[in-house]
Design a protein around this ligand. Sequence first.
Ligand code: ADP
Ligand code: MG
Length: 491
Amino acid sequence: MRTATVSAGAESGGDVWIDIQASPELIQDAMAWCAQHGLVYGAQNPADPCALVHAPFALTPVPFPRQAFERARAASTPFNAMIDQVARDESYLSSVLEAAAKGDPQFTGKLMAVYKDEMQRRRDRMGAGERLPAELSLVLTRSDYMLHEPTSSMLQVELNTIASSFGCLSTLVGGLHRFIFGKEGVARDEIERRLPKNTSMATLVDGLAAGVAAHGHVDRTMVMVVQPDEQNSFDQQWLQLQLWERHGVRTVRKTLREVQEEGVVESCGDLAVGGRVASLVYFRAGYTDNDYFGEEEWEARRLIERSNACKCPTVAMQLAGSKKVQQDLAKPGHVERLSESPDDAKLMRTCFAGLWGLDELMTDVDAQRAVDDAIGNPDGYVLKPQREGGGNNMYGEELRQKLQGGDDLSDLVLMQKILPPSHCTTMVRRGNQETMETLSELGIYGVLLRVGEDVTINQEAGLLVRTKPKVSQEGGVAAGFAVLDSVQLVE
Ligand code: ADP
Ligand code: MG
C-alpha cells in the first residue's frame, strides 16, 4: 500500500505538509466518493441531460498558514457587521455609488434606482402615518482572500453579498479530503489537527431557515431566484434538500421573469409567487446585468424589494458589496467609523489591498499616481468594473489600454495585484488528472440576519477554497478554470 508523503515546506516557513501521490485507483475511489456523497455537477451532455459527473477537485488540500487562516475566520463577523452598517447608511451608499451609477447606467445605475425608489416609498408611507413592519434582511457573505506572499498577509479579493456559491460542495470537498488522507494512511489526530472542520452547508442552511422563520408565514417557503439556464444547480439543490429535511422549508425555484409573471404583493405586504407566500427570497441570480433581459426582470426586483419578504440580500446589501464600496471602505476613516470596535477595525484594515477609485482622478493624487504606475507596470494591478460572477476584470495589456484609452473610467476600481504562493497540485476533472503549478483563493462564509433594529445572527460560516492554474487570471470553478479544494493548516 502506498502511503502519504510528507514534504518539507519552504513556502510554509519550514513546517511540513502532506502530499498524496495520485494513482489510478485513488482517483477511482475519489470519484466514487463524490458520486456517493453528492459532490457532483450536471455533465452538460445534450445527448443525456440527466448525466452527472463529479465536481472538479484538488486531490490534496492546499497547505495554508494556520495564523493567516485564523485571522480570515476572525474577520468574518466584523466584516458582516460593517457591511450591514453600510447597507443601512443611505447617504453613504448614495454618495459613494453616484459616479459608478452614472458610469454604469445599465446595471449599477438601475440597482441604485430600485434602491432609491424603495427608500422614497418607505419615507412616503411613514409620512402618511403608516407603521412599517420590521425590515427582514439576510445576507450570506463570502469574503475571498489570497495570501500575499511578499508580506505574508491575507488580502481580501472581494466581499460577496449576493449569490455566494459553493457553500455546500465546499463542505463535501472537506469530507473528500478527510477520506483521501485517511485512506492513504494519515493518522486520525493528524487529520484533525490539520484539516479544519467545514460546516458551511449546515450553517448556511440554518441561516436561510432563520430568515424564513423571521417572516413566519405558515407556508414556510423560500423562493430561490435562479438563472434560466442554470447548469450547475447541485450546490443549490443541496441547500434545498437540507432546508426541507432539517427545517421543513419548501423551496420554489423561479427566474426573475417568472417572479414578474406570477408574483403579487398582497395588501398585507406578503409576496405571493405561484400560490405560495414567500417568507424568504434568496438570490442566486440577479448579480449581473446579463440576468436582466428586459424591464420585466427589473420589475421583479422592484416587486420583491417592495414586499415584506425577508430578502437575501436586499438591494441595499447587494450595493454594499459592490467593488466601488470595497474600494471606498479602504480609504482612511471609513472602516473605523463603521465597525463595532477599534479591534475589529484594526483586524479588517490588515485585509485591504491597495485600492483606488477612478472617479475623481482630477483631484485624487494617490489614484493618479497608481494609474501612472499601472500604465508602466500593468502586471502589478487588476482593473475591475462593477460586476460579479467572474470574467469581467482587466489585466496586463488590456488594463493598460483601458487606462490610456480616454474612456470614462468612473465606474472602475484599480486594485493592487495580490501575489499568492504557488503549489504543485493534482487537479481532477471528469476523471482526468493534471498536475500543475496552482494558486489558491480562500473564501470565508458568513451569515447575518437583521430583523428591524436588531441583528439576531452574525456568525462565521465555514470555508471554500478554489485552486486555479498559475497561468489563469480568473478563478471560476463553473467556468472550468479552477477546482474545489480545502486547506491543510501548517504552522
Ligand atoms: P468577481 O466578482 O467576478 O468574482 P473578483 O474580484 O472576485 O470578481 O475577481 C475574480 C477573480 O480574479 C478572483 O477570483 C481572483 O482569482 C482574481 N483577482 C481579483 N482581484 C485580484 C487581485 N487584486 N489580485 C490577484 N487576483 C485577483
Ligand atoms: Mg469573486
